[in-house]
Design a binder for this molecule. Structure first.
Ligand code: GTQ
Length: 348
């Protein structure tokens, strides 16, 4: 009589042509006891990347590239253009005088300005000028073009962190995109118009909002930073996260985009955080200060303009040598919408 293993092997061979596989061989991997991400912790030093990014401007124009971006690819997920399973991140460069032509796509995008000032993005007919630390949204299916005209005759290369839900949309096989007829959109409203309508805890009385995305598309750094400075004066910091605020869609109180949540947090000088973990892997951009992120036991020293990734369920401990400000984003709204998000705060 055939042994059990060889009888099974024979059986697997016979079911294969019928496109059948035995669940019992895969069950533990398909339904893991806890998240077991293929994504690994990693940090990208801006000091290393900046010269290479500037070099790319000699190789290709923003116009030819459409978007001149160095993709931050998770080292354990090569070829996927992903920083986590669900998220994409890249550093986009726009030189003075350049235009990244108008297009639109189903994927939602966020921009977090890392270096330089005076570039702009036009979203749905309204322009916003970019300053370091600003958080800017491109909603799903909104026309957008980027340019760099400088400020008051002064112009410099501008670099921002792009965060997009590209892998999520790819997972659903639901991506559409199209190019605009003109390189740059006609501006239809004065700069600051959407902020005046929605940025002051007020909303135009007859506004009926149809979009799943926040009507504010630029959240200026000085306002967000001011809120953190006020909290630092007024209340004790959280032992895990310092003072951490989430950006909101003012119409709903929810995340500014349906697929991505964004955060800004302040860690006081000398902060030695406790460990926490969450099922939403997150991408961090360092705005101010030096410190250390201990991610799944691995220590990453960071400084301003660096980017690092914390995989899903990886224990995270933050330390600050100086006063630190971190911007971050994750897919938390999607996990919350389907009721699977988990987060724990450990007492070290
Ligand atoms: O600016 O529209 O990093 O479409 C990747 C895809 C940026 C953009 C990216 C994009 C964009």
């Amino acid at each position: 009589m055939a042994s059990v293993p060889s009888a099974r092997a024979d059986y697997y061979r016979r079911i294969k042509p019928l496109h059948l596989t035995p669940l019992w061989e895969e069950l533990h991997a398909l339904v893991p006891r806890e998240p077991n991400s293929p994504c690994i912790p990693a940090l990208w030093r801006y000091a290393d990347i900046r010269p290479l990014l500037m070099e790319s401007a000699n190789l290709i124009t923003a116009e030819e590239a459409v978007r001149r971006v160095l993709v931050l690819e998770n080292p354990a997920m090569q070829g996927r253009s992903s920083i986590t399973q669900s998220l994409y991140a890249g550093l986009q460069l726009i030189m003075p005088g350049e235009i990244a032509p108008s297009h639109r796509h189903v994927q939602s995008a966020l921009r977090f300005i890392v270096d330089g000032r005076g570039a702009y993005t036009t979203v749905g007919g309204e322009r916003t000028t970019m300053y370091p630390g600003d958080f800017i949204i491109t909603p799903s299916w909104a026309w957008h073009d980027h340019g760099n005209e400088g400020i008051a005759g002064d112009s410099e290369p501008v670099v921002w962190l792009d965060g997009l839900d590209i892998p999520l949309v790819r997972f659903f096989d639901a991506g559409f995109a199209e190019n605009d007829e003109s390189r740059a959109q006609q501006v239809q409203r004065p700069e600051g118009n959407s902020y005046a309508r929605f940025g002051y805890n007020m909303v135009p009385v007859r506004h009926a909002h149809a979009s799943a995305t926040s009507p504010i598309f630029s959240y200026p750094y000085d306002r967000s930073r001011e809120a953190l400075a006020r909290l630092q004066r007024d209340e004790p910091s959280d032992p895990w996260q310092g003072w951490k605020l989430r950006y909101i869609n003012p119409l709903t109180g929810g995340a500014p985009m349906p697929t991505m949540a964004t955060y800004l947090q302040l860690l006081p000088a000398g902060f030695c955080g406790q460990t926490h973990r969450a099922t939403d892997g997150a991408v961090y951009s360092v705005v101010e200060g030096r410190g250390t992120a201990e991610i799944a036991g691995q220590r990453f020293a960071f400084q301003p303009q660096d980017t690092f990734v914390v995989p899903s369920w990886a224990p995270l401990r933050l330390q600050a040598d100086e006063e630190v400000v971190l911007f971050s984003f994750s897919d938390r709204p999607v996990q919350q919408a389907i009721g699977i998000h988990r987060e724990t705060f450990l007492n070290d």
